[in-house]
Design a protein around this ligand. Structure first.
Ligand code: SF4
Length: 442
């Protein structure tokens, strides 16, 4: 008997200069599809395509095509959806972008899963098996994050992936930064998995022969007691891990020590700007620009390699402040910096604010890729801002800057593995910048 089949597709994105972004391997593969595969009924066959490293099999015999929508890759997802629909295949889409821009996404697919998929996805199967059709929209937010099955890591192991596997801890965030898609989707909700369930998945990663994992969580430090318990249970496993959180981890010495001693060697921090007015304008008033330098020093000293996320194009940004941003990154020897142009994603408070003020240059979402200015900033022209974005990236990923931030970075020399890792990422990003691709795939 032929088993019914679902084809999961994680689309890649287009580069600014045309072609699809492709890589020889993907270092940070997503968790969504391995997790959804674990929810798939046993009588179904599952295939996973990660387009960054795979080709999309448009002649697939799958019964359902499920497409992810991470960031700007949603537009490639729409193209893929159109091809499969032409071939008569039902297409369902889920993920952050299609949840936030649901009104647009629904035009391109047969069915949309909005927000968390853990409840919606099994319902979709049930509908398909009972009626042969799926509903237009499934929207069933979770109120708790527990009893998740073990992700189907075997699907990732068949791919060309790097040295880490993903493990989920929490989902959502208690804060409401005006530009943030997570705030827009979760509206202050922050769900945690029970620590023992997270540890079960980490042990599985270890059993599969991986000594590194990255903890998927939007702000792991916002529940210090949870993080403390987690670190205490990770430490005996003698693994290394990476994640992202608020930089005020640096202010809690006891917790920072636990995090570092548990094997965390890489953290990403949204420090947003070197200007307090800009940070305040996002409603992120607890983040203090004048503490960035000290925080970065403390984190580096603790053995954690610092990655930063910053935004340019606020109402307080000028050519001078963007030059200052470059100097800040160099002066503080940030090993892995990333930048985005302020982008008012539809659904966010920022989008509503700019729209009400008549400051949106376009509502064509294809232009909302974080590399081009789509709003009217107050202190710099949109054209100049876009030009400065590429200038900043070219400066930061110049050989001179890489040398200053990494090669002569004393903290990194204490951990040669992370030094090599940082160098690899920087050269990878440098390669992307030269092709005018924003460095957000690794
Ligand atoms: S703290 Fe980070 S994840 Fe939370 S709302 Fe702000 S930007 Fe988003």
């Amino acid at each position: 008997m032929i088993m019914p089949k679902i084809l999961f597709i994680q689309p890649t994105q287009y580069a600014t200069n045309g072609g699809l972004c492709k890589q020889k391997r993907i270092n940070l593969p997503g968790l969504v599809f391995p997790l959804l595969a674990a929810y798939t009924p046993e009588n179904w066959d599952v295939e996973l395509v990660i387009e960054v490293v795979d080709d999309v099999p448009f002649n697939s015999n799958a019964d359902i095509i499920a497409i992810g929508s991470m960031g700007h890759a949603i537009f490639r997802g729409f193209e893929i959806a159109a091809e499969f629909r032409k071939r008569g295949k039902p297409v369902v889409m889920g993920g952050y972008m299609s949840s936030i821009a649901a009104d647009k996404a629904i035009e391109f697919v047969d069915s949309l899963i909005i927000g968390d998929a853990e409840v919606s996805y099994p319902m979709m199967y049930k509908d398909f098996e009972e009626t042969g059709t799926i509903k237009r929209v499934y929207d069933h937010p979770l109120t708790e994050l527990k009893d998740l099955p073990l992700p189907r890591y075997d699907l990732l192991l068949k791919k060309k992936i790097g040295s880490m596997l993903p493990v989920q801890a929490g989902r959502g965030c208690p804060f409401y930064c005006s530009f943030c898609s997570i705030a827009c989707l979760y509206k202050g909700r922050y769900l945690f998995r029970p620590v023992d369930e997270v540890i079960r998945d980490i042990k599985e990663v270890k059993r599969l022969g991986y000594n590194r994992f990255y903890l998927i969580d939007d702000n792991i430090v916002s529940n210090p007691n949870y993080l403390k318990e987690l670190c205490e249970k990770i430490k005996p496993l003698k693994m290394n891990w990476a994640s992202q959180c608020a930089i005020h981890l640096a202010k809690n010495q006891e917790l920072l020590k636990l995090v570092s001693n548990s094997g965390c060697d890489l953290m990403s921090f949204g420090i947003e700007s070197v200007q307090q007015d800009a940070i305040d304008s996002f409603g992120k008033t607890w983040l203090k620009a004048n503490e960035h330098e000290q925080n970065i020093k403390i984190l580096a000293k603790s053995g954690i390699t610092v990655s930063t996320e910053m935004i340019i194009g606020t109402d307080f940004d000028t050519e001078i402040s963007i030059c200052e941003t470059y100097k800040f990154i160099n002066r503080n020897r940030v090993p892995i910096p990333r930048f985005y142009i302020l982008t008012p994603i539809p659904g966010t408070a920022l989008f509503k604010e700019f729209k009400a003020q008549g400051r949106l240059l376009t509502e064509d979402l294809e232009k909302f890729d974080g590399t081009q200015c789509v709003h009217i900033p107050k202190s710099i022209t949109p054209e100049k801002l876009t030009e400065m974005y590429w200038w900043l990236n070219n400066k930061v990923f110049s050989l001179y800057s890489i040398f200053c931030r990494i090669v002569i970075n004393g903290s990194l020399w204490k951990n040669p593995k992370m030094l090599i890792f940082s160098l690899a990422i920087n050269f990878h990003y440098r390669h992307y910048i030269r092709r005018k691709i924003t460095p957000n795939i690794f």
